[in-house]
Ligand binder design. Structure first.
Ligand code: FAD
Ligand code: MLT
Ligand code: ZN
Length: 507
């Protein structure tokens, strides 16, 4: 493989003129950090790192890169788990991408108390947004363990889910409007906070979950929620997934004010205890499954717990309750620290799937068998957001580029009627399997949108959709003719069913 071509002459000078010398970085040590993802599974060379400080500067970078046919990889907190925020392995003699960091776009505007909204720059961290909401007596509806680093722009791009989806919905539901730079350098801005605005295509929502393939999000108008007065958290030992699903169903029917219901299993909890130095939650007993139940509302914490404590499936000796924040953090740690605990064992294949709730227990049993068959020496750690039917399947053992276990698990998900990505997105990790969750017509529509909004194909090529050979020799009008069905559409077999590209073909 020839080394990547160096950047076209003049591009660095143009970027330095637009952003200032110190925001165009080519120092190998800086680039090394931006070239590998949080999991360590995905990495690729970057030819530079640019740090625009305004929407206009982002637009200048996008325009310059489109003209020079240099791909851009958009990077927020780099906590994504599907390889979308880092460059791909070197490809042919194309220049390695530039990484566009949004971290300087971190301003947070004042909270509009009456509308319960705020505007945040794309590079603001989740924690900063949560704090701004809290200081105004309100709450931001999404929470996840990477809160200190994950950015609002990255969360919009991935439509992040997290711990409170069952109460507030995913990131998409928090977005009132977005400002972004599209692939041709034009700026679209819907930050006016209008809740009613029926004037055609909703470009803001189109950018949610687009994983940086259509535009660079520069700012977001966010919806806030009332801050509940009190909270109670319980850790409940259970017999397994079926018991957990049944308990969640009973709590829902009883009208319990649930804000999170999170599932983990004995082997994952043991790993967390080892990695984080925590005591076992129920010494001397090892329930097969553990459920973190968080209830929030206006009553006293003990009253919040009533529907749970009175439930016939909940037993005193396997239940720990927390009535204040310190105790709650201690119980939450058994679930929240799974991600970092898994990372201490090795580089994980992270599969993030949703199933119809009625199928979750059968899927969980079957996926254990599938992983044992395909990767017999692997460590399997399951956990997830059971209220949403979202299970995280973590497999540590197979080398990063050995996709057999990913293939087996994602095909099993499709057989069960689930989705191959619940909340992490497709990134580079799951492109070959997107056809398991999306029809040929949907894939063609997605590819058409990509061509329309990023005509030079410079934004995150190879993320979400296969990279298309659209540089240099092709005019924009010819782009759609390069791959049967257009760029981004998987090859179709004779029956018109999507056929997985090999990971090498797709990346
Ligand atoms: P990055 O990792 O930098 O980027 C993610 C994707 O978004 C990339 O494709 C990137 O190109 C694109 N992107 C980033 N910024 C922009 C922008 N401004 N405009 C356009 N595209 C952009 N995820 C969940 O959904 N739920 C969880 O519970 C959860 N928990 C996590 C816990 C831990 C410990 C970790 C490490 C990760 C977790 N994640 C979770 C995954 C991750 O935090 C989310 O995907 C988050 O949304 C990524 O934000 P980021 O700023 O780090 O984005
Ligand atoms: C979680 O739910 O903890 C996150 O999605 C992170 C992960 O899957 O590791
Ligand atoms: Zn999750």
């Amino acid at each position: 493989m020839p080394p990547p071509r160096s950047l076209p002459a003049g591009l660095l000078a143009e970027l330095k003129a637009a952003l200032g010398e110190r925001h165009v970085l080519v120092d190998p040590e800086v680039l090394a950090g931006a070239s590998v993802d949080w999991t360590g599974r995905f990495r690729g060379p970057a030819s530079g790192l640019v740090r625009p400080g305004s929407t206009e500067e982002v637009a200048a970078v996008v325009r310059a890169c489109a003209a020079a046919e240099v791909p851009l990889v958009v990077q927020g907190g780099n906590t994504g788990l599907v390889g979308g925020s880092v460059p791909p392995p070197p490809e042919g003699d194309r220049p390695a991408p530039l990484v566009l960091s949004t971290r300087r776009l971190d301003a947070i505007g004042p909270v509009d108390q009456d509308a319960a909204q705020l505007t945040a720059g794309a590079g603001a961290t989740l924690e900063a947004v949560q704090e701004a909401a809290r200081n105004a007596g309100l709450r931001f509806g999404v929470d996840l363990a990477a809160r200190g680093s994950a950015t609002v722009g990255g969360m919009v791009a991935t439509n992040a889910g997290g711990l409170h989806v069952l109460r507030y919905g995913p990131m998409r539901h928090q977005v009132v409007g977005v400002e972004a730079v599209l692939g041709d350098g034009s700026v679209v801005s819907r930050l006016g906070g209008l809740l009613k605005d029926n004037t055609g295509y909703d470009l803001s929502q189109l950018l949610v979950g687009a994983e940086g393939t259509l535009g660079v999000v520069t700012a977001v108008r966010l919806r806030l929620h009332p801050q509940p007065r009190s909270r109670a958290v319980a850790l409940v030992g259970l017999g397994g997934t079926a018991d957990a699903v049944a308990l969640v169903g009973r709590l829902r029917r009883a009208g319990a004010p649930l804000s999170a219901v999170e599932l983990c299993f004995a082997e994952g909890v043991a790993l967390v205890c080892r990695a984080a130095g925590l005591p076992p939650p129920f010494p001397g007993r090892e329930p097969p499954a553990l459920l973190v139940v968080e209830l929030e509302g206006e009553q006293e914490p003990l009253a919040l717990l009533e529907p749970l404590i009175g439930d016939p499936g909940v037993h005193d000796e396997l239940t720990a309750v927390a009535l204040d924040d310190g105790q709650a953090a201690r119980l939450w740690a058994y679930r929240e620290r799974h991600t970092e605990a898994v990372a201490t064992v090795g580089v994980a294949h992270k599969l993030d799937v949703t199933l119809p709730l009625a199928e979750l227990a059968a899927f969980e049993a079957e996926v254990r068998g599938v992983v044992a068959r395909v990767a017999p020496d692997a460590t399997l750690v399951l956990f997830g957001h059971v209220g949403d039917g979202n299970l995280h399947v973590n497999v540590v053992g197979p080398p990063p580029d050995d996709d057999r276990v990913d293939d087996a698990v994602l095909r099993l998900v499709a057989r069960f009627g689930g989705s191959i990505s619940a909340e992490h997105g497709i990134g580079r990790a799951k492109v070959p399997w997107l056809h398991l969750s999306r029809s040929p017509a949907e894939l063609a529509a997605m590819a058409a949108l990509k061509r329309a909004l990023d005509p030079a194909g410079i934004l995150n090529p190879g993320v979400l959709l296969p990279a298309a050979p659209i540089f240099s020799t092709l005019s924009t009008g010819e782009v759609g003719k390069t791959v049967e069905g257009g760029p981004g559409v998987p090859n179709l077999d004779d029956e018109g069913q999507g056929k997985a590209l090999s990971p090498e073909e797709a990346r």
